[in-house]
Design a protein around this ligand. Structure first.
Ligand code: RTP
Ligand code: MG
Length: 155
């Protein structure tokens, strides 16, 4: 059933400044698209320090937090919302482990990263985080609703 609610699960996926500067935008989008996920929102921006702080607020007490916020707001990001069955959990699998050197080859971080502070991409880690992050980065009218023609060949 193509329009079951599980198929409409959404995740907030963001290419971080290192990913943009390293020319990985198209590769990353290609992976999610080829998997069968549907792109419903996308924008490029340099996030303010305030937005970056809010995005990672769960880590506010961690020693790496100030550097993380400075890094995220230091350059352009590609903020996206991808939709599809199990996209939150499976998207994190495609992304790989937080530390790129612990990520399996074939994952985005495993294929392209070395340092935990330069791990290329962010993905929501739960339904609650996804809802919070989508609302933080996008306005209600910025999410497209449409049927993807290839959808019936994916589900
Ligand atoms: P993300 O939120 O960016 O998708 O990454 P994640 O879930 O895999 O990892 P998380 O624990 O949420 O950490 C957020 C980001 O903080 C940086 N970090 N640095 N020990 C460290 O220096 C350290 N630990 C985490 C990473 O850039 C990580 O993606
Ligand atoms: Mg995280």
């Amino acid at each position: 059933e193509v329009y079951a609610s599980s198929v409409q699960e959404k995740s907030f996926i963001m290419i971080k400044p290192d990913g943009i500067h390293r020319g990985l935008i198209a590769d990353i989008i290609k992976r999610f698209e080829a998997k069968g996920y549907k792109l419903v929102a996308i924008k490029v921006m340099v996030p303010s320090k305030d937005l970056a702080s809010k995005h990672y607020e769960e880590h506010a007490q961690r020693p790496f937090y100030p550097g993380l916020v400075t890094f995220l707001s230091s350059g352009p990001v590609v903020a996206m919302v991808w939709e599809g069955k199990d996209v939150i959990k499976y998207g994190r699998k495609m992304i790989g482990a937080t530390n790129p050197l612990a990520s399996t080859p074939g994952t985005i971080r495993g294929d392209y990263g070395i340092d935990v502070g330069r791990n290329i991409i962010h993905g929501s880690d739960s339904v609650e985080s996804a809802q919070r992050e989508i609302a933080l980065w996008f306005g209600a009218g910025e999410l497209a609703e449409y049927d993807l023609a290839m959808g019936k060949w994916v589900y």
